[in-house]
Design a binder for this molecule. Structure first.
Ligand code: PLZ
Length: 456
């Protein structure tokens, strides 16, 4: 991919040049003209990072309706990891939609569903017997992982962590850590959800080893003393917290969490909705930590832009639910399954796991050099093509959401689509599509560096 400067697609238009290119201010006049209609038709409750309307996506480029070419460092929040219109996804989607778009797997069956399940059973960590159930959204899959764990253990309590994000439905919103904007005013929340502190090395104030040790002691206390281990159905954790700030836990921590779960017959669930399907340079982030979750939750990049999610896990757990206990009208929609098979094909054909690691190395090299000259950068962290910068008030560890917002705005106006995240709103994250070229990435990182230099 690195040598490619243009990418063609099925759209009957010239290929999109893989170059950042601004014709107008961002947002441009055509986006602005659409905004009034959007504002009157769509509620204020849905915020938009960058109010530009998109006309096309190709490789590492998002083309807006004004013809501006933005560098994509978002991938629609870690969804279009193989690009927004990868030929392997596009052709399979076309082929499937020409045949049929839906049957409901609860009514009649189709091959794509079983093929995606088989593939996830093969690719997820561990060589034990596994089964997969498909759903539509990440939140729905997390909810179902909890249902499966409760059904299998006959227990009710669910443990989640500080800085966690698991979705916006009642249960997953309850499991999510941050109040605003996700939970504020939406209570009462679901019962039997407990929260342990997350090992967050940068903010723990000790060595990483001590951080892991103390956070595990707190989890053990919660399980054994506060809830009672025999009441705990599941421990649910993101191997790297996504919305919470791309928090990479210290070595040994995730294995320690798994050990506590295993010791008490608690179902250990990895929420790999943001980290999974190649993002971190391994198919699953769990692999970096050497953990083997009982259940793995995937979504986002799985469907390559079409809504598809999954719970994959130990066959005996998955089969603990009574027939008819799992379902959903759109669960494992055939077009979304076709897209997922295209995603798996693209990852293999384009060597995108290797590419995610290369992207990670390139970004880390540039960001560490930048951190040495920019006092607003508190920490650079991430794994593979999931990298972030935490911004602080210079000379302190006090979060600076202001600097973060300023850097993001600078990038947006220069045509680089970067996202923020973090419990304190002080993290800029980079989630480029894995098909982005080195040249485009270097260009975007140059803009990011200029944005950091403009602080002070
Ligand atoms: N688990 C780890 O990252 C979704 C949220 C966007 P859904 N993250 C993006 C927003 O603000 O709504 C996410 C995640 C992890 C679960 C989910 C939920 O996935 O497909 O959005 O339901």
């Amino acid at each position: 991919m690195t040598e490619a400067t243009t990418l063609s697609s099925a759209v009957d238009e010239p290929a999109v040049t893989q170059k950042r290119w601004l014709r107008t201010a961002i947002p441009g006049p055509k986006s602005l003209a659409r905004q009034a209609r959007r504002d009157s038709a769509v509620p204020n409750g849905i915020g938009t990072v960058l109010p530009v309307f998109v006309g096309r996506m190709s490789g590492g480029i998002v083309v807006d309706v004004d013809g501006n070419q933005l560098v994509d460092l978002a991938s629609g929040i870690a969804v279009t990891s193989v690009g927004g219109a990868h030929p392997a996804v596009v052709s399979r989607v076309h082929e499937q939609v020409d045949r049929f778009s839906h049957t409901c797997f609860l009514v009649t069956e189709y091959d794509g569903f079983v093929e995606v399940a088989d593939t996830l059973n093969r690719l997820t960590p561990g060589d034990h017997a596994k089964k997969t159930m498909l759903f539509t959204t990440g939140a729905e899959a997390v909810e179902n992982a909890v249902k499966i764990a409760r059904s299998a253990t006959k227990r009710q309590a669910v443990i989640t962590f500080g800085h966690a994000y698991h979705g916006r439905t009642l249960l997953t919103m309850t499991m999510t850590a941050k109040n605003a904007p996700y939970k504020d005013g939406f209570g009462p929340f679901a019962p039997e959800v407990y929260r342990a502190p997350l090992a967050y090395p940068y903010r723990w104030g000790t060595t990483p080893e001590q951080c892991a040790h103390e956070a595990l002691a707190a989890l053990d206390d919660l399980v054994v003393k506060q809830i009672g281990a025999h009441n705990v159905a599941a421990i649910v954790i993101e191997p790297i917290s996504g919305e919470g700030g791309f928090i990479v836990p210290p070595p040994g921590y995730l294995a320690g969490v798994q050990a506590i779960a295993n010791a008490h017959g608690i179902v250990f669930v990895a929420d790999e909705v943001q980290t999974g399907i190649g993002r971190t340079g391994a198919m699953f982030a769990s692999e970096h930590a050497g953990i083997v979750p009982d259940l793995v939750v995937t979504a986002k990049a799985l469907g390559g832009g079409l809504p598809l999610s999954a719970v994959t896990g130990r066959a005996e757990l998955m089969d603990a639910v009574h027939p008819g206990g799992l379902g959903g009208t759109y669960s494992g929609n055939p077009v979304a399954c076709a897209a997922a098979l295209g995603v798996f094909e693209a990852i293999e054909q384009d060597h995108l796991l290797d590419r995610a690691r290369e992207i990670g190395e390139l970004i880390t090299r540039r960001l560490h050099a930048l951190a040495a000259e920019c006092p607003w950068i508190g920490e650079v962290r991430g794994v593979g093509a999931m990298q972030a910068v935490e911004f602080v008030v210079p000379g302190t560890t006090e979060p600076s959401p202001e600097a973060t917002a300023a850097v993001a705005a600078f990038c947006h106006h220069a045509g680089v689509l970067a996202l923020t995240c973090g419990t304190y709103g002080n993290v800029v994250r980079m989630l480029p599509p894995l098909v982005i070229s080195d040249e485009l990435l270097e260009d975007a990182l140059g803009v990011f560096a200029d944005a950091c230099r403009s602080l002070s």
